[in-house]
Design a binder for this molecule. Sequence first.
Ligand code: BTN
Length: 255
Amino acid sequence: MTFFDYRSVENALAGCRWGHTLFTYESIGSTMDRARELAHKRAPEGTLVIAAEQTEGRGRLNRAWISPSGSLSLSLLLYPSPEKMPYLTMLTGLAVAEAIESVPKLKADLKWPNDVLIGGKKVAGILVESGVVKDRSFAVVGIGINVNVDLACFPDIASIATSLSGESGGPVDALLLLRSLIDEAESLYTAFDPTPLRALWRKRLITLGRQVKATSGDTVIEGTAIDVAGDGALIIRQNDGTECTVVAGDVTLRQ
Ligand code: BTN
């Protein structure tokens, strides 16, 4: 089993601005809950909670997120300015895709709003939650990556999910991947500029130009995904020609 022990993670992140306040777990309920607790204790920006396994990992829309041994589960505590807050999913998606391309050197795509895919199968997911403590807004950025996971052991998701080890044909160094991910995310966050950020994200979105079915609450919208708005909302041209903007929801890509 992979275990992100404190010293190894600390060494892997030497020189990074984030991760100085570090919590590592062999197994935890959800890193999101631990990071939120730490926000309430006024933990500093860049506090990192990392686990080798989660027993109650959660994804968007309150779905369960399977995080077995071999996966990488982490939550970062940030105190973004109000301008940065809406861009955290975008920024994190880009950082994950770049890290996957630089460490196991696999081509990664993004699917709106927060999925990281390899060859059309999900390899990583991002969950951003926010809150306020004593008038100060915080965000918890959760990232789950199937690093060294054998999907054959998870037949329920094997047709829609993949792992880095499965795609590269051998084990992937999770600590090198983590380092690359934190480097990318830190630099996008520090040099924050929404225009190039959106442009980079847009370029990686495989959703654009595709026939999609978007579900947002009880509303279902079908049509062609034509663009993303400045804030990342998805613009869909419905088959009757009208355009619709989807701010949050789920998207299925049609063949
Ligand atoms: C999704 O695709 O729906 C988002 C998945 C996010 C999973 C990560 S794993 C680390 C952090 N802890 C959690 O419980 N969830 C996020």
